[in-house]
Design a protein around this ligand. Structure first.
Ligand code: 13P
Ligand code: SF4
Length: 332
C-alpha cells in the first residue's frame, strides 16, 4: 500500500504496515539506486543493517564519507548527532535517519544553556567537543573530535592554551592521561560504556586468560586500567586482526562484534557484560532503534528528515571542518 507524505506525517510513519513478503534487502537496494542515496552505517548497528550499507565505520569515517559523497540523499543508520553532522557537512543533501528517537545519552548530557554558562567561566579556553554532541553544542565549539582523532586534535593546540573538553569525562580523563594536558572536563558520560562491570570482566578474564581485553575510551577508568588495548571502534577492530591474538573480551557496544566476526570468523569475541547481571552484553538502545523496515520506509517516503536551521549549520560547520582538516593532515 502506498501512502501520501501528509498522511504519514499525521499518522506516524513508523506505524505503516508493509507487506511481510517484501524482500527488504532488495527493495532497499532498488530505492537506493532510484534515489541516488548512500547508506552510512555505524559499527553499533545490527548486522543486517551493516551488511546493506555502502559504508560501515566509526564516527570519523562516516563524517568523512558524508562530506565527500556524490549521492543526493544520505540515509544515516546511526544516531541523531551523526545525522546532524552529515547534514552540516552536506547541507544541500537530504539526510534521513530511520528513527528520529535514535538519540544519545552522552549528547543529551550537555544541554546548550548549561554548557554555554560553563564555557563563559573560561573565556580564554579552546573548546574541544566530542562529535557526540548536538549541533547547537557544536556552535559553541572550536574543534570537534572523535575517539580516533582526539589525541591529534588536542596535540594541535598550543601547550600554553587551556582547553575545555566536553561532554565525556571518561574520554576526557583518558585524553588528559595520554596527552599530559589538564583539560577542564564537562561531567557527562555514555550510559552504555559507563555500565561495564569491572568484576564481571575480571571473572571472564580468569576463565579466558588468553583473551585480550579491548575497551573504548568512553569506559570508566577501572575498566581502562585493565584493558590491553584502548581505542575507537575502528581501532578495536584493527587490533583484532593481529595474528598474535585469537580471543577478545570486547568492552564497547556489541554491534562491533559483527565486523570482527566478518574479518576473522575463526577468532573468539566475548562481549563485556554490564553491571546488570541479567545481560550478557551491553547494547545501545538508541542505536538499536533502527531496523531494515524503518530504513525501507525512510527511503521510500523520504522521512524522517534531519533538518537544521541555516544559522546553526553555518556556525557548527567551522568546528567540524577544523576536525576534518587536522585528521587529513595526520592521514586519519
Ligand atoms: P566511534 O565509533 O567513533 O569510536 O564512536 C563510538 C560511539 O560511541 C558512537 O556513538
Ligand atoms: Fe551515545 Fe553511548 Fe549510544 Fe554511542 S553508545 S550513541 S555514546 S548512548
Amino acid at each position: 500500500m502506498d501512502y501520501k507524505i501528509e498522511d504519514l506525517k499525521e499518522k506516524g510513519y513508523l506505524d505503516i504496515n508493509i507487506d511481510n513478503t517484501k524482500d527488504l534487502v532488495s527493495e532497499i537496494k532498488k530505492l537506493k539506486e532510484e534515489k541516488n542515496a548512500v547508506i552510512l552505517a555505524h559499527y553499533y548497528q545490527t548486522g543486517d543493517i551493516q551488511d546493506i550499507a555502502d559504508y560501515v565505520g566509526d564516527s570519523l569515517k562516516l563524517a568523512q564519507e558524508a562530506a565527500k559523497t556524490n549521492a543526493d540523499m544520505i540515509m544515516f543508520a546511526g544516531v541523531h548527532f551523526m545525522a546532524e553532522t552529515a547534514k552540516i557537512l552536506s547541507p544541500d543533501k537530504k539526510v534521513l535517519l530511520p528513527d528520529l528517537e535514535a538519540g544519545c545519552s552522552l549528547a543529551d548530557s550537555a544541554p546548550y544553556k548549561d554548557f554555554k554558562k560553563f564555557k563563559e567561566q573560561y573565556p580564554n579556553h579552546i573548546v574541544v567537543s566530542y562529535v557526540n554532541t548536538t549541533a547547537e553544542i557544536k556552535t559553541l565549539t572550536d574543534i570537534v573530535c572523535t575517539s580516533t582523532n582526539a589525541k591529534y586534535i588536542i596535540d594541535s593546540i598550543p601547550e600554553d592554551k587551556g582547553i575545555i573538553f566536553a561532554p565525556d569525562k571518561n574520554l576526557g580523563n583518558y585524553l588528559n592521561s595520554i596527552t599530559g594536558r589538564n583539560m577542564i572536563l564537562w561531567d557527562g558520560a555514555c550510559h552504555v560504556h559507563k555500565e561495564f562491570s569491572l568484576e564481571r570482566i575480571l571473572a571472564l578474564k580468569k576463565e579466558n586468560p588468553d583473551a585480550m581485553i579491548l575497551a573504548h575510551p568512553e569506559c570508566e577508568k577501572p575498566v581502562l586500567l585493565i584493558a590491553d588495548h584502548i581505542g575507537s571502534t575502528s581501532s578495536l577492530l584493527n587490533f583484532t586482526k593481529d595474528k598474535k591474538y585469537n580471543k577478545f573480551i570486547v568492552a564497547t557496544e556489541s554491534g562491533i562484534i559483527h565486523q570482527m566476526n566478518k574479518e576473522n570468523p575463526h577468532k573468539t569475541y566475548i562481549p563485556a557484560p554490564p553491571n546488570d547481571s541479567t545481560c550478557a552484553c551491553n547494547d545501545c538502545e538508541f542505536m538499536k532503534l533502527n531496523n531494515l523496515k524503518k530504513i525501507y520506509i525512510a527511503l521510500k517516503y523520504e522521512l524522517p528528515e534531519v533538518v537544521l536551521e541555516q544559522e546553526i549549520i553555518e556556525k557548527a560547520a567551522g568546528s567540524i571542518n577544523r576536525m576534518l582538516e587536522i585528521s587529513a593532515k595526520n592521514n586519519l
